[in-house]
Design a protein around this ligand. Structure first.
Ligand SMILES: [Zn+2]
Length: 442
């Protein structure tokens, strides 16, 4: 394991060097030797590793590369970075691209929702460079009924297997909910159709890559629990899951509250989103049924962090802390049991900015007690394995896309190091996040 962060390192030099390598990678294979390589799926980092890649893909990872992969006569790496770690770009498993997470105040958020679709889409497109620079290379949009996610996903598909300038994204379009129940701001009611099957068919017709189900309501922070019964029963969920699978689509279920989570598990969804108030027994069943969990700690933590502006009193803050502590404990239990725990920040929700929000979510997962490598896997290789994206991402291995984070701040010491300056190599371009080092990770 290498020792990161020598005081003498000058990030500007790395920037230049990375830019040179990126430019070369558009013409030929580039050979980098790094102090540490995290491949996104292995349990151990690889010290003193070599990686050979071009703008399109990675060709080799490991010891000395075979000569036939290198330009004729090349015997030395194009760059040696003994103090640096390289790892795959991060995957954001849960974000709402039509929403602006920097907006805290309720009235301003309501106003934001009144924008027309073109304005929302323009804002979302404008956020890409910052999201990419934060290290996020792919997003699973978690639903909107304004077609922003679908439009971004369609744009990404035009660049599939090509050199893209922005992260990969796919989207479910409008989430499915019941008329009059939670989720009207991001979903459309199943009652618009004569059957669950027709509802799913219509989503797929509009371009949905996945099917998002709103199975429960949300946590009532003032009550400190989910106060409404689930809006979907297990049989209905199973029908929707079955219909989705006929089109080769995964399903993901917004579910908080023990009862709703139980219905989502029994219905056989691909993943449970949020999952607040999950039980130990339910975690065992999720592991056995290979249902993943995206615990989204960030939005509840944001309520605590912004309690004053949100005018939460001491009692509500007490609820929020208790809910978070219980959730953290269930995260440890789930991890121990072998549940696939994936990193998703609920970016776009109140106080959770896109890009940065995922970096915070990783810190929350680490703070909860998930081993650092487990957190990184949940944001790279495990996420890619479970969610099956339309690009070969999430791992550093031959055949995968050359979308990588290069940093002198060892992410295995703490994932908070990913919030420090770093360089993102992405399809032959570089994106640099050179914000001043911020000791405060929230
Ligand atoms: Zn969400």
């Amino acid at each position: 394991m290498h020792v990161a962060s020598p005081k003498t390192a000058v990030p500007v030099e790395l920037e230049q060097l990375a830019a040179d390598c990126a430019a070369k990678s558009k013409r030929r294979a580039v050979w980098l030797r790094v102090g540490q390589l995290i491949d996104g799926f292995g349990d151990n980092a690889c010290p003193d590793a070599n990686i050979v890649f071009d703008a399109k893909q990675i060709h080799f990872v490991g010891g000395p590369p075979p000569a036939e992969l290198l330009p004729a006569g090349q015997r030395k790496p194009d760059a040696e970075l003994p103090q640096h770690t390289i790892m795959p770009c991060l995957i954001e498993a849960h974000a709402h691209m039509f929403l602006d997470g920097t907006i805290i105040d309720f009235a301003a958020r309501q106003l934001g929702l009144q924008q027309d679709t073109n304005a929302m889409l323009a804002h979302a497109r404008a956020r890409w460079p910052r999201i990419l620079a934060s290290g996020v290379g792919a997003v699973r949009d978690a639903g909107d009924n304004r077609t922003v996610g679908l439009a971004l996903a369609a744009e990404a598909k035009t660049m599939q297997n090509k050199l893209a300038a922005s992260p990969w994204i796919d989207s479910p379009g409008a989430a499915i909910h019941h008329r009059g129940r939670y989720g009207a701001f991001m979903g459309e009611p199943i009652e618009d159709f004569s059957s669950a099957e027709q509802c799913v068919a219509s989503r797929v017709d509009r371009g949905a890559d996945r099917i998002k189900l709103l199975v429960s309501g949300v946590i009532d922070f003032e009550a400190g629990r989910v106060t409404t019964p689930p809006q979907m029963q297990a049989a209905e969920i199973a029908t929707l899951v079955e219909a989705a699978s006929r089109y080769g689509r995964q399903t993901f279920a917004h579910a908080s509250g023990t009862e709703g989570i139980g219905h989502a598990i029994a219905g056989g969804v691909t993943s449970i989103e949020h999952g607040y108030f999950v039980t130990e027994d339910q975690l065992s069943r999720m592991r056995d049924a290979k249902i993943a969990w995206v615990p989204t700690l960030a939005p509840v933590q944001a309520q605590i962090d912004h309690a004053n502006r949100l005018e939460w009193n001491a009692q509500v803050v007490g609820h929020l802390r208790r809910i978070t502590e219980t959730h953290q404990e269930m995260l440890r239990v789930g991890y121990r049991k072998g549940v696939d725990i994936l990193a998703g920040s609920d970016g776009g929700s109140c106080g959770v900015p896109h890009g940065e929000g995922l970096l915070r979510e990783l810190c929350h997962m680490e703070d909860a007690g998930i081993p650092t490598m487990g957190v990184l896997q949940g944001a790279t290789g495990a996420s890619a394995r479970v969610l099956g994206f339309g690009e070969r991402i999430g791992r550093l291995a031959a055949g995968y896309r050359g979308r990588m984070i290069l940093t002198r701040h060892d992410p295995l010491k703490t994932v908070a190091n990913l919030q420090k300056e770093k360089t993102v190599l992405f399809d032959g371009e570089v994106a640099t996040d050179s914000r001043p080092v911020d000791a405060n990770k929230h």
